[in-house]
Design a protein around this ligand. Structure first.
Ligand code: ZN
Length: 429
């Protein structure tokens, strides 16, 4: 596979986000289907439907939610809160309502962010039946007392849960699983950035030769990954590494959260790649909070799945509100995150152990065209990388071990190994 980000990847990801932004997604329903259909134009995506009521691990697939319209209107029919202006205005999974009520009756169903009076909050009520509206505090303050017409034109009935899966087979059956959630309505960083990155990543992987098999999952948060795990329990033993991708478009430093194991191949690869990137990066230990890494890392599965993001959940200004819009995300930030993910996958895919075939004394590199020094001064980084690989290739150390020992970027060490192998000085174990 190639770890080079394709031309135009940033604008392409940002463009897909713009296309998906208006769609009203939730954990089930037409919004998720429409989103996956648009991803499927770009990737060989299989779309799965799992009926409501299906038992999945300790959970049940909920009824399917769909919404056509919702509003609060004055007596003259003018709308004071309107779903058509922003899909955040309705609490996700609101049951249908149609009636007239006073502002005081309505109040317990209204949600605002008093501290950020211009923002609409994002609220859900997936597993307890209720209804509600979200609005800016300023909008609420402008409402006069009196009677309002209240309509939530939704359906909440047996249907199915939808998720997307793209499998890109490699030479080996060992799998890398990459997952993102697809359940948020018009919110950009959380979670359209993850959908866009995974889509572009899938295109890049599909176009490259692959040793490992890659499985990309586009699932509604929590219930989606639980559903996937329940249906694929027999095959999770093939997973050798995984990444949950979320919130990758804002300006926070690239952040890797370790798997529960803490020392899996993906943990070492991600920590190494982030350490060698320009600018600030973060590596955090596992915690049982966050996104779908919680499910993949539950002790009954204990899969080697970390999480790549910029901001973590609830960490950025505007999180879960109308301020998480397309302005918050930059194409360059998406592109840097994609490059980091590709580099992590490249380490996982190409890390290997080698044996030095001329281990008694240093082999004469100049005779083989591998020594380009002028005779004096410091060795070049490439030269040094070759010496490190030769020195450590005893069959016990992998290239990532060598990179860590030498303090060199993995890609440089791997290129050195490629040159040495071409000169028949190395053999892979
Ligand atoms: Zn979220």
């Amino acid at each position: 596979m190639s770890s080079v980000v394709g031309k135009g990847a940033g604008p392409r990801m940002y463009g897909l986000m713009g296309e998906l932004f208006p769609i009203c997604r939730s954990i089930t329903g037409e919004g998720v289907r429409e989103t996956l259909r648009r991803v499927a134009v770009r990737l060989p995506l299989e779309i799965h439907e799992v009926p409501s009521g299906t038992q999945v691990l300790d959970w049940k697939v909920p009824d399917e939610w769909n919404i056509r319209d919702a509003y609060i209107a004055r007596g003259d029919g003018s709308r004071v809160v309107d779903f058509r202006e922003s899909n955040l205005h309705v609490v996700s999974y609101s049951e249908p309502v149609r009636g007239s009520m006073s502002l005081s009756e309505l109040r317990s169903h209204l949600h605002t962010l008093p501290e950020q009076p211009d923002r609409i909050p994002y609220r859900t009520s997936y597993y307890s039946r209720t209804w509600g509206f979200c609005l800016a505090q300023r909008q609420l303050e402008a409402l006069e007392n009196g009677e309002y017409e209240v309509v939530v034109d939704s359906t909440l009935e047996p249907g199915s849960l939808t998720y997307g899966e793209c499998v890109l087979h490699g030479e080996r059956e060992d799998e890398v699983v990459l997952s993102t959630h697809v359940c948020h309505p018009s919110l950009a960083n959380d979670n359209l950035s993850g959908i866009a990155l995974l889509t572009e990543l899938g295109r890049a992987l599909a176009a490259s030769p692959r040793v490992l098999t890659y499985r990309l999952l586009f699932v509604p948060g929590t219930i989606g990954s639980i559903t996937w795990l329940a249906r694929n329990e027999a095959n999770v033993g093939r997973i050798v590494a995984g990444l949950v991708v979320a919130c990758v478009g804002d300006s926070a430093p690239l952040t890797y959260k370790r798997s529960r194991r803490g020392d899996a191949a993906v943990d070492r690869a991600a920590a190494h790649v982030l350490e060698h990137l320009d600018g600030e990066t973060r590596v955090l230990d596992f915690s049982p909070w966050g996104w779908d890494e919680r499910q993949f890392n539950s002790p009954g599965f204990d899969l080697p799945v970390g999480c790549i993001s910029r901001s973590r959940e609830s960490e950025f200004d505007g999180y879960h509100s109308s301020a998480d819009d397309l302005e918050l995300v930059r194409p360059e930030r998406l592109e840097e995150a994609l490059a980091a993910v590709l580099e992590i996958l490249d380490v996982i895919e190409t890390d290997a152990r080698y044996v030095n075939l001329a281990p008694r004394g240093e082999p004469q590199l100049g005779r083989r065209g591998l020594y380009r020094g002028s005779g004096g001064g410091e060795p070049s980084t490439e030269q040094l990388a070759m010496l490190w690989v030769l020195s450590q290739s005893d069959g016990a150390h992998s290239l990532l071990d060598v990179a860590e020992l030498a303090g060199l970027r993995f890609s440089i060490v791997r290129e050195a190994a490629d040159s040495l192998r071409a000169a028949e000085l190395l053999r892979q174990v």
